[in-house]
Ligand binder design. Sequence first.
Ligand code: NDP
Length: 361
Amino acid sequence: MRIRTDQGYYNTNFPQGINTTSINNQGTMESIQIVLASRPFGLPSSENFRFEKVNLGSLSDQEVLLKSWYISVDPYMRGRMNNVKSYAPSFQVDQPIAGGIVARVIESRSESLAVGDTVFGMLPWSTYNIEKADNLRKVDTQSVPPGYYLGILGMPGLTAYFGMIDIGKPKAGETAVISGAAGAVGIVAGQIAKKQGAYVVGITGSDEKCSLLKEQFGFDEAVNYRTAKIMKKAIASVCPNGIDVYFDNVGGEISDAVIDNLNFHSRIALCGQISLYNSTEIPFGPRISPKLLTRSVLLQGFIVSNYSDRFGEGFSKLTQWVTEGSLKYKETIIYGFNKLPETFLGLFSGKNQGKMIVEIE
Ligand code: NDP
């Protein structure tokens, strides 16, 4: 990885001990940001990121100065590193990576936000940012941990809510299977299916995560896809009545095995395909269409933003469940701005339990 300073570039591995605090250099604000250094081919590496020192300038009217507090890493950001047209615009080479950030207001020229407020925004990966107050949402950190606005009370939670309630529609007595079950979306999706009275099975990548799902999140069964000899059979053995709802976070061979066990009139909420995000070739697999046809399966892909006009409903339901304690959550918190790239890469080897976020300072 290369760091650019006012003196030029120097090479480093993930830098330790970068001074991320703002220095008031000639009366203007400095920040450290992370830019896309190059586009990855396959699995990204540290070489695709670069730390840079930037001068933020000074505040204009209606703007606030923000100190980043928690920064989200999300699998969809991998797609944004490619130069392809998709639902989220590509990151540009030499421009900052951006995503969900919870930040504190440390200076304000807006009437709507005061110094000390905590806000959520889609912002550059930077230790400090200047942003228009209108682009930020003030959040309450008294009753829930601030990182929840990047997870269960943010985009992943809403994704689980709408995917399960609107597409999966599990009914009492049905079987719901969730892949990527121990992650930010999966643990919420499974608990929501449980709330609807379903028998819930999670698929994940370690025995520790399987235990977590059953012991802390109320899943009835869990399958470790890394140790299962034949996935189709491993899934069948814990789903004796077949599968009525499949919440798919991963795609690939795991989904092929789940689809083999689907019931007549089952539903697939096609949420993510993380097992394919680093593919360098067009993946080839079994033709699933005949199974979907003969079992009258409903398959619907969705992007959480499809539901933007109902975010209020989702947010208030999730908030109610979290505050009454009927919906549990877990965060994997990594400390230090310098850890952001490697934390993001850790999503692709299952380093997280629940939502992975980076705490700054
Ligand atoms: P997670 O918190 O679940 O983190 C990713 C997890 O995916 C890892 O912990 C790992 O868990 C698993 N994983 C990584 N690589 C593979 C692989 N090759 N095969 C199987 N599992 C793998 O991420 P999120 O909960 O934030 O996102 C889950 C999915 O939902 C992603 O595909 C994401 O793109 C998608 N998504 C879609 C949205 C939409 O609007 N449709 C919105 C938000 C997310 P393990 O140890 O189990 O392998």
